[in-house]
Write a protein that binds this ligand. Structure first.
Ligand SMILES: NC(=O)c1ccc[n+]([C@@H]2O[C@H](COP(=O)([O-])OP(=O)(O)OC[C@H]3O[C@@H](n4cnc5c(N)ncnc54)[C@H](OP(=O)(O)O)[C@@H]3O)[C@@H](O)[C@H]2O)c1
Length: 266
């Protein structure tokens, strides 16, 4: 199995490094292409992957191609890619909002397509991705995509009708969490902590809470109850958050982001 990556920007490079780190592919099994030639040369020099030269070369050197250029470049790139990439090869697209039916429409025949919604944390190996298959994608195609995106974090399989929900939750989610971190930092500063110390405590608090939720697999409400002693400090703080409607605001934020994703994709 050989992998091609079309567009090695933030996401493309993160995926490239992830699959190499996980040893899913050897460097000589991976070809890359990007209009930013110095970037391609730098990555090929550093990682030992192949420079495909152009889209035709990429298709020739790949059994599966990951489309990791911008969504607005799809109409320009896909016709050329479709001329050279034929079934039973596979197209995996991370272009936000671009539906599998749109991608399939560029190809003649029954082209297997897998659509992925990754998130920015893939760049630090802790991404949250969801994948869905197009009309001609089979189990083995989803399995390959799943393994690729697990090399840069976690990955779930969903129906395509849920991709806007995923965009609202895990696509926009890092920004929502950054806002929480920012709030914690400001609170620390307000209470007299140095900014550096406040940020360090805020970041580690979010990281530690997330890691506890991941490792224990417990419902967050159970974890929350465990650290909330009767009449204590945490109970006092939680009351303020609930009074301010933070939980409802988070739900509305994710819903609003999902609605916006739907608007942008239609
Ligand atoms: N970043 C995220 O958090 C995130 C989350 C979910 C999904 N995505 C999706 O991931 C994809 C990539 O996003 P990104 O943030 O990694 O973007 P990016 O850093 O701009 O990477 C895109 C790369 O593709 C190159 N490119 C542009 N036109 C090309 C062409 N005609 N042929 C070959 N390469 C071309 C760009 O080169 P130039 O820079 O020279 O234009 C750039 O190196 C997008 O489709 C986006 O929707 C991103």
């Amino acid at each position: 199995m050989r992998l091609g990556i079309l567009g090695v920007g933030n996401m493309g490079e993160a995926i490239l490094r992830g699959v190499l780190r996980a040893e899913l592919f050897r460097p000589d099994q991976i070809a890359i292409h990007d209009i930013d030639r110095p970037r391609v040369r730098r990555l090929c020099g550093e990682l030992g992957v192949r420079d495909a030269g152009d889209i035709k070369g990429l298709a020739a050197l790949s059994d599966a191609v990951i489309y990791a250029a911008k969504p607005q470049n799809v109409p320009e790139i896909l016709p050329e890619l479709a001329r050279h990439l034929k079934p039973p090869k596979l197209l995996i697209s991370i272009a936000a909002g671009v539906r599998t039916a749109t991608l399939e429409g560029y190809f003649e025949g029954e082209m297997p397509v897998v659509r992925v919604m990754p998130n920015i944390a893939a760049t630090v190996g802790e991404g949250a991705a969801a994948i869905c298959g197009g009309r001609f994608a089979r189990e083995e195609h989803l399995e390959l995509a799943r393994r690729i995106f697990e090399s840069v974090g976690s990955c779930v399989v969903v129906g395509e009708e849920l991709m806007d929900a995923v965009t609202g939750l895990s696509g926009s989610g890092p920004a929502f969490v950054f806002l929480v971190i920012e709030g914690l930092e400001e609170a620390g500063v307000k209470l007299g902590l140095g900014r550096r110390e406040a940020r360090s405590l805020a970041v580690q608090t979010v990281l530690g809470a997330a890691e506890m939720a991941r490792r224990t697999g417990e419902h967050p409400a159970v974890l929350r109850a465990k650290v909330t002693s009767p009449g204590g400090t945490t109970a006092a703080g939680l009351f303020e958050l609930e009074s301010a409607g933070v939980r409802a605001a988070i739900i509305r934020a994710v819903e609003r982001a999902a609605e916006r994703a739907k608007q942008l994709g239609s």
